[in-house]
Design a protein around this ligand. Sequence first.
Ligand SMILES: [Zn+2]
Length: 58
Amino acid sequence: MSTPTHCPWCGWGYQDAALVQEFWSGDEQWFCCWCSRCERVADVGAIDRIVVTEAVMA
Ligand SMILES: [Zn+2]
């Protein structure tokens, strides 16, 4: 997996001002990313499959 290039929160392309830190969890490679535009942190990793439920506001 290559270094993430865009913020998963706002879609902004990471530039020099963004922080991307690689770390490992067992044999899984992850990247902890901080976006200088929206100032949110995201942990990004490669996965083969995901199943999620969707919460709908009443
Ligand atoms: Zn962002």
